[in-house]
Write a protein that binds this ligand. Sequence first.
Ligand code: ADP
Ligand code: MG
Length: 718
Amino acid sequence: MGAVCGKGSGEGNEAAISTRVEGITGGGGGGGKKALPKLPTNAIKSVPEDHQFIEESLARILLFSKLDSGLQRKIVAEMYERNVQAGEILINEGDTGLAATELYIVKSGIFEVLQRRQGQNVRVNLKQRGDCFGEISLMYDCARNATVAATVESVVWVMDRAVFRYFVREQQENQVSQVELFLNSVPILGSLSRDERMRLVDAIEEVVYQQGQKVITEGDNGDLFYIIKEGEALVFQGQGQRKVNHLFKADFFGERALLNDEPRIATVEASTKLVCLTLKRDTFTEILGPLEQLMKREKSPQVVAQKLAKLQPRGSNQRPAAEVLIKRKKKGKNGVESWEVVRAKGHLDEVQELRKGGSMAVDPEAKDANTLVLTEGTVLGGGAFSRVSIVNEDSTGRVYALKRMRKSAVVQCPEHVYCEQAITKNVAHPFCIRQYASFQDKYHLYFLFDLMSGGDLMDVLVAEAKVINRRVPESSWQVACLAPNVKMLQGMSEELAKFYIASVLLALEYLHNNNIVYRDLKPENVFIDVNGHVKLGDFGFAKILDSGNRTYTFCGTPGYVAPENVLAHGYNFSVDWWGLGVVMYVLLTGRQPFSTPKTDDPMVVMRRIVDENYVVKYPPYISPAAKDLISRLLERKPARRIGMLSGRATDVKKHKWFEGFNWAEMEARRNIAPRKPRESDINKRIKELMETERRTAGKTPKETPEELAECEAVFSDF
Ligand code: ADP
Ligand code: MG
């Protein structure tokens, strides 16, 4: 069944449900984030009992002490031990490059620090347990300024620059996207240009409050506004009498301070340790000018026109354009291969970013250094209107996944395409697919994504599912060995499913923290990379919900939609937790929870979803803990559904099905994926896809000139 979209669909409204027009994948934001660098094979990681000691030792290191505690912990957990024999030289004075990328802390033993003075090695210092050296190597390539040798058998903890940088960069990217999401959600800031936004992002400062500390006090004058980065806060009114709100990560308060100098209308108190990003009114006006002017600008004819232009038909594209050439091999009638070149229109900023660091020869077809040249390779997937293939970027040699959608197929729901385009620009998370660029030609829209060459979770399920024989007692008093032998379908193992469900859970937690509801969870939208790790993709239905807001659009895939979605009651993040429950059921059983007795009618399935009397059946091989978690996720009342309760995502992480699961490792993507995509599976898949391609070749619909004109108008801002 395909995914669907429509407004307020419900019983008797089947006509409103169109089969999902081929969608959109996405993820990403920021520029060129790399994977967490690998530690050397055989590296022995620092043990948790040592972490506090290491953190204390590192407190003296400037770069490190400036990081927030969560990040410090992540980095310390990535440090590993190295044994150094007595007399062995750990650092050589003058060494550069790879020999100068590590910082060390002495775990045990003694080191002498030697410097060459007039041809002689002079001992200038001794280092022992807790001492650090090599800080500068975390910053840049700098020759070692001394030799360090062990005088007895010793052990050091090692921190690699690449690992350190990785986390620092991740934090910054996350911070920028958090602030950007905030800026996007304040109506009066709607007219800011990207440049103005970035300047505000840069002006933001971090402030830490201890538990119980007051952040702002009712009645006081204030000129700061706050976004919560870490921790929680409570809001009181009536001089601390009345608790009126509970704020979490990504919530913001005090924004009135930006508008005027009225006294604060509430008191906000840190209910845990609280880290806030703050912006001063002065800074704000410095960057954007007086607010009255900004408000005027909001109502100015240009801005009004801009806003109208966001509704169809769309206005002109304001981002500078750049050319994208897509080259593909084509077989002529006589069997001779030739190159076909498609010229598409992209965005200059993205093209320049993609070509950064590229040194290879640029295709002669390219007019100038601002042209992106992509060469198409194998097809990776797709449906009726979309097609995903591997492409090679000419100047850097990097490979990506290129998704192509037929404009005429998505022209009825353009807001999804635009939403996805905007959201995936801001999403930066290891479990969400990144989008690097978008562009279009006359007939198609394109997205350039992280390459996930291992297929999707449905492929894994198909490969892992098997028919088993199981004795099922017909009643409780029947002796098990006499019970009839029943053939039944079993999905993947619970261990394997746990890895996938945990990955998706982390992606959802991140999205929800950033006010994004995903709305189309299903195995087909969870993609697998070469190593077997997974990322959530296909953000075609994702949407930003302003704090406390609900959305009413009917959206999703029939077997996976939540009751509140079907009933158009207005919903928010709850639908994703329901979706997770359905996915978990599907992975474990190979079937959908609302599909028995078998039916092809999506409306029958959706009636069962809302019907309190329809009871989901669990095959006997499912563990009690798994069954319990699924049933809590498939709770029909959103307010009672796990994931929506006070602990939010944490409640799901703490469920007994995940007992003993290493979340820290998972979050850092340090764990080895339990299943690597098999080469044979991938090849088989590709063969099937090429087969389908061949069969459907030339069968693409021909648009009328009117349709083409409509597509052009609707997607002119893409
Ligand atoms: P649709 O909106 O048509 O469902 P998807 O974005 O889900 O499109 O992509 C369709 C299929 O293409 C996926 O199921 C997957 O097999 C493949 N695919 C999509 N994105 C990627 C990617 N980034 N890397 C590799 N394969 C992909
Ligand atoms: Mg999909």
